[in-house]
Design a protein around this ligand. Sequence first.
Ligand code: COA
Length: 144
Amino acid sequence: MTDSDLDAVMAIENVIYTHPWTRGNFVDSLAAQNHCRVLEWHGVIVGYCVLANGADEAHLLNLSVAAAWQRRGLGRELLDHVLELARTLRAQKIFLEVRASNNAARALYAQSRFREIGVRRGYYPAPVAREDAIVLECVLGYPE
Ligand SMILES: CC(C)(COP(=O)(O)OP(=O)(O)OC[C@H]1O[C@@H](n2cnc3c(N)ncnc32)[C@H](O)[C@@H]1OP(=O)(O)O)[C@@H](O)C(=O)NCCC(=O)NCCS
């Protein structure tokens, strides 16, 4: 992902989230040299992810597939890419937060061996009250 991708990224982000990241959030992530990737199909951005890495832990900050492209295996493809990237970075674990109500993402992460390790109460803004975040962890295995 580069600055020139942000119009396309924001067009997706603003549709698929009730409380999307701002353009500034992506600009900050790029400036912080987080691992920001886009997934393209014939030059069209159809998904993206943002992974922060520090010490031996990685934090998945964003994983998104454009609405029209969902349920075609791209979320899994992006997540597989994230897992491979984290291994390359020698991270031992990946953490992430997911909205308690986000059944699609929770199912995806569960299939990739993420497990629930905690709850952050009222972590997310929501249309009515605030919503809990489920904290997930994936321990990355390395060959001996
Ligand atoms: C979550 C998200 C990335 C999944 O991407 P996707 O390309 O639609 O997912 P895939 O087609 O690769 O599906 C992989 C698995 O995810 C789960 N899944 C995806 N969409 C689902 C849905 N609508 N309902 C239930 N499970 C779903 C399933 O377990 C699926 O496996 P299956 O096909 O064997 O049933 C996508 O829905 C998205 O971008 N949502 C909005 C943004 C978001 O919530 N991001 C995650 C923030 S933590």
